[in-house]
Write a protein that binds this ligand. Sequence first.
Ligand SMILES: Cc1cc2nc3c(=O)[nH]c(=O)nc-3n(C[C@H](O)[C@H](O)[C@H](O)COP(=O)(O)O)c2cc1C
Length: 192
Amino acid sequence: MEFDELFKKRRSCRAFMPVPVTEDQIQAIVTAGQWAPSPLNEQPFEFIAVTDPTIKAQIQKAGIEAKQIVVDNNGPEWVKKYPMNFIGESPLILVVVYNPNKGGLGSYFGQPHGALQSTSACIQNMLLKSADLGLDSLWFTFFNPSTLKIVLDIPTELDVAGAVFIGTPAMEAKAPRRRTPKIHRDRFNKEK
Ligand SMILES: Cc1cc2nc3c(=O)[nH]c(=O)nc-3n(C[C@H](O)[C@H](O)[C@H](O)COP(=O)(O)O)c2cc1C
């Protein structure tokens, strides 16, 4: 697919068909993630491919708990209507974890987020590869990471960057509009 078409076609999906993602597709998606840039090429990320309905149900429960916390704390009104049922219906959840201490030299000079930055690049590669394979995806963070670490036996020294839902979309999602890019020339221009 043409690159300009690909990055516009990538869409966040919150309703999936019950069609499995094949092992070849999983391999292709995580390989795209692995090729992301990282400080000192430390590649701080690893993947947990979740297809077991019992574990999906536990991730869904973590989502429902997080939603309740937002509602109980007078969060935005729309959150009450946020559906969590698609979590259990998603054919594949790729949870991406990373070692926050593998962020290159940035912590010496005020840039401590190198590991998360490269893991974000990894996830974006995964989303784009999914779109290239004709699949939709969702980078999902609506959970308390501590809960997910217990559910998935994630070692304490690793952090969770997100749960990526991947599958065949049940309906075509509308593309939220983008603002025109703000490009400042040579210096940041506050008038822009
Ligand atoms: C770091 C990150 C976290 C996100 N977390 C969630 C989430 O928890 N739930 C959700 O429905 N969407 C989540 N999204 C998806 C955004 O809502 C979505 O990307 C945005 O609305 C633009 O839509 P598009 O991806 O279809 O272009 C997240 C996106 C990013 C980059």
